[in-house]
Ligand binder design. Structure first.
Ligand SMILES: [Zn+2]
Length: 446
């Protein structure tokens, strides 16, 4: 066992090294352009990048801008309320020994340890879902409607929540049973393998999700329109992506947000775009969006994400190990928890993980935001539609603050802001004046 543990520690060190390397690269090629305005102008003849950015930003009317800012900034507070409500609910489970009773019930029903753990999980997730339901309804239904971002009525919305609950009941049950199995077998060293198992499990889920989970919420059909399908497949071939079909999905049943993705691998590889993108966007806008998505694929962002997120998870599990030991040594008896191997300690683990990920928000956001910016650059280079790109960036500004301060963007943004993205597009356009599109520039969006 010692050799195995040493191997895992080496793997963790390697991950840390890779992440450090990746973030060092990021700093030197950072998303927010550091070039002074004079340089931008000098390199591009008469084209003024900053003026072009402002022209695009002005396409969004002030009322629309205010609505989007208010929606997005409200999201900062929701981070805090979600965090505090999780802590409160977990504390209730521990303090009133509800967690202990759930474990006792599971033990009365079956003698198989793994099943006991899964049965505990079912009670746990049901309790948490019910008690946080008012907050979920406010966040996911009323607030989205208030800002005009949800197309669903209450019935279908609740139905989707129920499907999500069922999915997390099954997948969460498997993961928790695996993790507590490890704790029982490995004792103090559980966290190293726990992190590895969690990473592998999350990777597996994200690979099967496009085929087995997403279709539970949306209908996927093959795109027939050759005027759109052919240019996309041509771009895919040119970029070495082995796709033979493009899929369309009916996201408009949930919202008007535009989105697309390239998902899966080998046999399950598919390019999908949503009907909002098809209905609201011109071909140049669709092409630049697909170029971005192909960038994620070609640049192996899914695998890089697993490595970087893996580092976060390994450190998180180490912290969790310490946090649970500390909590149980003080209050374990009061809460009726027998020790680390007892599944009734799960609410304590949830508190530890919430604290960790809450504090790490800027780190995890920066990991994804950096990759999103890379995909933007790939999209510009492959689709060569800087004006189309700027228009799509404005549409995304319907639900993401368009022009935040630099610290705000660093802390809260998991994608670059509209200003950052449009600046990149205009900087690219300045170097490729032949790609300018007066039609896209003049196209009204709001
Ligand atoms: Zn992206």
């Amino acid at each position: 066992m010692a050799r195995v543990t040493a191997y895992v520690v080496q793997f963790a060190l390697l991950c840390t090294f890779l992440a450090a390397f990746a973030s060092a690269q990021k700093v030197s090629g950072g998303p927010v352009p550091a070039l002074p305005a004079a340089t931008l102008q000098a390199s591009a003849g008469s084209f003024d990048v900053n003026a072009a950015v402002d022209t695009y930003l002005r396409k969004m009317p002030p009322s629309e801008r205010a609505r989007s800012n208010s929606y997005f900034e409200g999201g900062y507070w929701l981070l805090l309320w979600d965090f505090l409500s999780t802590i409160a609910v977990m504390w209730i489970l521990l303090r009133f020994r509800l967690s202990m009773h759930m474990r006792d019930l599971a033990e009365r029903i079956t003698r198989v340890r793994a099943l006991q753990t899964a049965l505990y999980w079912v009670q746990f997730i049901l309790f948490v879902s019910v008690i946080t339901f008012p907050l979920t309804v406010y966040e996911g239904y009323f607030r989205e409607h208030k800002y005009g971002l949800l197309n669903q009525t209450f019935g279908p919305w609740v139905r989707e929540q129920a499907i999500m609950l069922a999915v997390s009941m099954v997948l969460g049950g498997i993961l928790i049973a695996l993790l507590f199995g490890l704790v029982r077998r490995l004792g103090k060293n559980w966290w190293v393998w726990g992190a590895v198992v969690s990473i592998l499990f999350l990777t597996f889920v994200s690979l099967i999700a496009p085929v087995y989970i997403f279709p539970l919420f949306n209908k996927y059909t093959k795109l027939q329109d050759a005027r759109i399908k052919d240019p996309i497949l041509s771009m895919a071939r040119a970029n070495g992506i082995p796709a033979t079909d493009v899929y369309e999905f009916d996201a408009s049943r949930q919202s008007n947000r535009v989105s697309a993705n390239v998902s899966g691998f080998a046999g399950t590889l598919r390019i999908s775009l949503n009907d909002n993108l098809l209905n609201r966007c011109t071909l140049p806008e669709i092409e630049t969006t697909m170029g971005h998505e192909m960038g994620h694929y070609v640049l192996n962002h899914a695998y890089k994400g697993v490595v970087m997120f893996g580092v976060v998870v390994v450190i998180g599990f180490a912290f969790l190990n310490w946090f649970i030991s500390f909590g149980l040594s003080r209050w374990g008896e009061t809460w009726g928890i027998r020790g680390m191997t007892d599944v009734a300690a799960l609410p304590l683990a949830a508190i530890g993980f919430s604290v960790y990920f809450f504090l790490l928000t800027p780190v995890t956001n920066t990991v994804t935001r950096t990759m999103e910016f890379e995909a933007d650059m790939y999209g510009l280079n492959s689709a060569r539609q800087p004006d189309g790109e700027a228009n799509v960036d404005l549409m995304l500004g319907e639900y993401r603050k368009l022009d935040p301060g630099p610290v705000e963007e660093f802390v809260f943004f998991d994608h670059p802001s509209g200003r950052t993205r449009i600046t990149a597009a205009m900087r690219w356009k300045a170097e490729h004046p032949e790609t300018a599109s007066p039609e896209e520039l003049a196209r009204p969006l709001f």
